[in-house]
Design a protein around this ligand. Structure first.
Ligand code: ADP
Length: 484
């Protein structure tokens, strides 16, 4: 299997794609799959990999010059990686998509057309390598033109899976680029790479792939609707039979309460009473009243519209009067930052706000809080709710995307069956959020039930092994053909 990606943690990262590219290939290898990575030869990677050697030379398809394909391995794993060494496009500072100031690279279309074209070449009979993958796995728009190239390549070829990590970024470019990109004129149609008059990398990836995945089952349904489909909902609905949602995993070593070096006292399911030392440490760190019995709710988030923190602000005073304490770690939108600071001033000793990106503190908040609030408007997968459950900090989430798929709501029925790992609510308003917090805190007073929910949460399997098995099933379906 060839896994094509534009990002790889810790070398090049702007979002979740980098984490998935780092974690999924080794998990798939542990399942027995021969997985190799394909990624542009950014300077950080050219320097950071081990055993780099040139294995093939290809003509640069969009102009003059030669592209070298290097093979190497990653220092901390046994995953083989192919790097596309083409200095005019990749040998520069800045990030994967933009310069240091955040201006997008003007040649992004060529940077990622080359990634797509090399991916398609390695997946076709034209490959200069002896090794040919059964599956080409493309990720987001940057490699999504590969299925289009592959469709028009002669001979035998790999099956293709395209994964959507973020549907908002689509790689849409002027239609005049179709010919210079080497696409046949016939591909520029509704049944091809055309998308509202433009040429769209992501549309191509979704149209030509044998199977499509996204990062949670609920999000797979949501993106078929106008509100979350970013214009692709028609195509995604038409291809629904080939669309699967697979929840991302989390790094269960980095996020392990029994070994976490950033927290005040380590604990596990059998020593849950030790979690209270972390609550005390968190209350002290944020200058809150040290109140062991008062429920403490944590928020760790980017301050962005998507995250719904404005709904939390609207009901925060009422939550604090329940009573409860609130710790907020995050930054972003200036108005929200201001409003949370005002809230902190209005409720001294009960609200602690840190406008920062602070990874060690995020571990202490996760360990010290009793609950964790995520009122997201949409959340393709989300990670915090999974970290929170592993740390027995029960999540209160809006039931969208990965939040709906990774939290078992402690409804009366679930409680009666001994199930539940958190609290989920539907609806958009602040009233729904407040009612859910109230429901959670009513159960908090029932110590035995709360303990049971904490143990359920800690026992949830959010490992990458689980995700990898989901991907293996999709690869098998892709190989079995369209009817399968
Ligand atoms: P998104 O990628 O949309 O921001 P996720 O929940 O998928 O949301 O991932 C966010 C990640 O960033 C989590 O690991 C979260 O703990 C971390 N994070 C967000 N804000 C902060 C912060 N202020 N300090 C530390 N970590 C943060």
């Amino acid at each position: 299997m060839l896994f094509a990606s534009a990002e790889l943690h810790p070398f090049v990262k702007t979002g979740g794609l980098a984490d998935v590219s780092a974690a999924l290939p080794p998990a798939l290898r542990a399942e027995g799959a021969d997985v190799r990575l394909l990624i542009p030869g950014y300077p950080a990677l050219m320097k950071g990999v081990v055993g780099k050697r040139v294995v093939a030379r290809l003509p640069y398809a969009f102009g003059d010059g030669e592209v070298r394909l290097c093979s190497a391995t990653l220092a901390d794993s046994d995953v083989p990686v192919y790097l596309i060494d083409y200095a005019p496009l990749y040998d520069r500072g800045g990030g994967a998509y933009a310069d240091e100031k955040g201006n997008e690279w003007p040649d992004n279309v060529w940077r990622f057309a080359l990634l797509s074209l090399v991916a398609a070449t390695l997946a076709s009979e034209a490959s200069p390598l002896k090794w040919r993958p059964h599956i080409l796995h493309c990720n987001d728009w940057h490699s999504a033109l590969a299925p289009a190239y592959l469709r028009y390549a002669p001979g035998q070829k790999s099956a293709v899976v395209t994964t959507i990590h973020n549907l908002a970024y689509q790689g849409n470019f002027p239609p005049q680029l179709a010919a210079p990109l080497g696409l046949p004129a016939s591909s520029f149609s509704m049944h091809g790479v055309e998308f509202y008059g433009n040429l769209s990398f992501l549309k191509a990836g979704l149209f030509y792939a044998d199977r499509i995945t996204t990062v949670s089952p609920t999000h797979a349904r949501e993106i078929q609707s106008a509100s979350l489909g970013f214009g692709m909902q028609g195509l995604l609905t038409a291809r629904a039979a080939y669309l699967t949602g697979i929840l991302n995993g989390i790094d269960t070593e980095q996020w392990n309460p029994s070994t976490d070096p950033y927290i005040a006292r380590n604990y596990r399911a059998s020593t849950l009473q030790d979690k209270s030392a972390n609550k005390r440490a968190l209350q002290r760190a944020l200058e809150l009243e040290v109140a062991p019995q008062k429920p403490l709710l944590g928020v760790i988030s980017r301050f962005a519209y998507q995250k719904g923190l404005d709904t939390l602000l609207a009901v925060a005073p009422a939550i604090i009067r329940l009573p409860a304490q609130l710790v907020v770690l995050g930054s972003g939108d200036a108005q929200l930052e201001q409003a949370f600071k005002t809230l902190e001033r209005d409720f001294p000793g009960q609200v602690g706000v840190r406008l920062d990106f602070d990874e060690p503190l995020s571990h202490l908040v996760t360990a010290g809080a009793d609950g964790s609030i995520m009122p997201s408007r949409y959340e393709p997968c989300g990670l915090n709710q999974m970290y929170a459950q592993r740390y027995a900090s029960l999540p209160v989430v809006r039931a969208t995307g990965g939040l709906a798929d990774s939290v078992i709501d402690a409804s009366p029925g679930a409680l009666a069956a001994g199930r539940g790992s958190g609290f989920a609510y539907t609806g958009n308003g602040d009233a729904a959020l407040f009612a859910c917090v109230q429901r959670a805190l009513n159960i908090y007073r029932d110590r035995d039930t709360w303990r049971r929910l904490q143990k359920n949460a800690m026992a949830m399997d959010f490992s990458w092994g689980r995700s990898a098995r989901g991907y293996c099933a999709v690869y098998e379906a892709a190989l079995a053909g369209p009817g399968a």
